[in-house]
Design a protein around this ligand. Structure first.
Ligand SMILES: Nc1ncnc2c1ncn2[C@@H]1O[C@H](COP(=O)(O)OP(=O)(O)OP(=O)(O)O)[C@@H](O)[C@H]1O
Ligand SMILES: [Mg+2]
Length: 398
C-alpha cells in the first residue's frame, strides 16, 4: 500500500515539502531559540540583596530559616536567585515591614496613575528600541510591573524580548488586534503575553501594524460608522489592562504616522532619543516642527496632550568626540532641564546585544570586558534613574 502511494508524484512532493518544513523549523529553533528557551540569568545573593534592599547576611539567614523562596545552591555553596524569587522576596519583606513596604515593593498606590512613556523620534536608528528595551528591563528589575508595547512593524523590540514576529504571531496578536476598526477587535488582555523577565509583559509587533496606517484614513472618511477617533484608540486599549501595571513603555516606529500619534496621545510622558550628530539633529528640528503641527491638529480635535514630562535623551554618545560634545552642549543650552543629565554611552557591549539578543542586564559578568561593561551599564542606569525620578514625581513621591 505504502509503496504505491510513495510512487505517485503528489505524495512524493508533499513528503518533500514536509521534510523541508521540518528541517527549516529545526534550523530556526537552533538559530533563534523560541520563547520557551529564552531565560533570564539568575542573580547572586549579593545582587539579590541589593535589589531587594536588605543585607546579604539577612538574605542568607532567611534562606537558612527556610523563609521565603529557596535559592539555588551551587556545588561551592553559592546561592543564586531568579528574578521571580527576588520579586517574591520583595512581597515577603513588604508584608513583614508594612511601614517600609514601599521601599521593598514600589508598585503604584491608589491615586498614583498609570505612567505611559512613549519613546519616539522619526529619525531611524536613533536608538528608540534600545532605549525602550533598557528602560523596560530596568523598571522590571527594580520591581515595577511593566508592559512593553512594540508599535514598530519591524518588531525589533519583540524579537529582543523573545518573540519572533514572523513565526510566533497569528492575526491580531499585535496592538493592531486591540485598536482595529472592524468587528475582529479584541481586548488587549488577550494580546498581552508574559516574557522570560518576571514582571515584564509584552504586546508584540509585526507587519500587521501597518494596517492601522491604511485603515485610519478610511475610518476617518466613513460617516456612517463614526469610530473612536484614531488618536484615542491606543489609550483606550491600554486602559483595559491599566490595573495590571505601574508603567507602560512604548517603542514607536520611525515615522510620524497614526500609530505614533496614538502613542503620543496615550502617553503620560515622552522620551525623545537623540543621536548627537549634525545630520540627525538637523532632521530633528524638522521632526519637532512636524510633530508640533500634527499634534496641534489632534489637540484641536480633542486629543489629550498633557504630559507629565518630556525629556530628550542623548544616546550612542561618544563624550570624547568634539563635534558630538558641541551638539550636546547646544542641546543643553537650548532645552535646559528637558535634556536628561545622563547620556547613554556608545558601547560595543550594547551594540552586540542586537546580535546576541541580550542586554547588559542579561549577560553574565565576564562575557564582555569589565571596564566597558561597567561604564555602559552605569550610563544606562543613570539615564533610567532620571526617568524613574520623573515617574515618581508624577506620582507625587519625593
Ligand atoms: N548605546 C549604544 N551603543 C552602541 N550601539 C547602540 C547603542 N544604542 C543603540 N545602538 C545600536 O544602534 C542601532 C540602532 O538602534 P535602535 O534599533 O535602538 O534604533 P531605533 O531608533 O529603534 O531604530 P529604528 O528607527 O530602525 O526603529 C542598533 O544596531 C543598536 O544596536
Ligand atoms: Mg526601533
Amino acid at each position: 500500500m505504502d509503496n504505491i502511494s510513495v510512487s505517485t508524484t503528489d505524495v512524493r512532493i508533499e513528503r518533500h515539502a514536509n521534510q523541508l518544513s521540518r528541517q527549516l523549523k529545526l534550523l530556526r529553533d537552533k538559530l533563534f531559540p523560541p520563547l520557551a528557551q529564552k531565560t533570564l540569568r539568575t542573580f547572586s545573593s549579593g545582587e539579590a540583596a541589593q535589589m531587594i534592599g536588605v543585607s546579604d547576611g539577612y538574605l542568607r539567614q532567611l534562606s537558612l530559616d527556610g523563609k521565603g523562596p529557596q535559592p539555588e545552591l551551587s556545588s561551592n555553596g553559592r546561592r543564586s536567585y531568579t528574578l521571580g524569587q527576588i520579586n517574591e522576596l520583595r512581597h515577603y519583606m513588604a508584608n513583614l515591614k508594612p511601614k517600609d513596604a514601599l521601599s521593598y515593593l514600589p508598585w503604584r498606590r491608589p491615586g498614583e496613575k498609570l505612567q505611559t512613556v512613549a519613546v519616539t523620534n522619526f529619525k531611524g536608528g536613533s536608538a528608540k528600541t534600545t532605549t525602550t528595551l533598557y528602560l523596560a528591563q530596568y523598571l522590571a528589575l527594580e520591581g515595577y510591573r511593566v508592559l512593553a508595547i512594540d508599535l514598530d512593524p519591524q518588531a525589533s523590540l519583540s524579537s529582543m524580548l523573545g518573540v519572533q514576529p514572523e513565526f510566533d504571531l497569528a492575526d491580531g496578536d499585535t496592538l493592531y488586534g486591540a485598536i482595529r476598526y472592524d468587528a475582529s477587535r479584541k481586548p488587549l488582555k488577550e494580546i498581552v503575553r508574559k516574557t522570560y523577565f518576571d514582571g515584564l509583559d509584552l504586546v508584540p509587533g509585526n507587519l500587521e501594524l501597518m494596517e492601522f496606517e491604511h485603515e485610519t484614513p478610511r475610518a476617518l472618511n466613513d460617516r456612517q460608522k463614526p469610530a473612536e477617533l484614531f488618536f484615542r484608540r491606543v489609550g483606550v486599549a491600554i486602559a483595559e489592562v491599566e490595573a495590571d501595571y505601574d508603567v507602560v513603555v512604548i517603542d514607536c516606529p520611525p515615522q510620524l504616522g497614526y500609530l505614533t500619534l496614538g502613542a503620543v496621545c496615550a502617553a503620560t510622558s515622552l522620551l525623545i532619543t537623540i543621536h548627537p550628530q549634525m545630520v540627525d539633529v538637523a532632521s530633528m528640528s524638522q521632526f519637532l516642527l512636524m510633530t508640533s503641527d500634527l499634534l496641534s491638529v489632534v489637540r484641536k480635535a480633542g486629543g489629550d496632550l498633557q504630559h507629565d514630562f518630556i525629556k530628550y535623551v542623548v544616546t550612542r554618545h561618544e563624550p570624547f568626540d568634539a563635534p558630538q560634545s558641541q551638539i550636546v552642549a547646544l542641546l543643553r543650552s537650548l532645552f535646559g532641564d528637558d535634556v536628561l543629565t545622563a547620556t547613554i554611552l556608545k558601547s560595543t557591549a550594547i551594540a552586540d546585544a542586537g546580535l546576541t539578543k541580550q542586554t547588559l542586564f542579561e549577560i553574565e559578568k565576564g562575557q564582555v570586558r569589565r571596564s566597558t561593561y561597567d561604564r555602559a551599564l552605569e550610563s544606562v542606569n543613570a539615564a533610567n534613574g532620571e526617568v524613574l525620578a520623573g515617574i515618581h514625581k508624577a506620582w507625587g513621591r519625593t
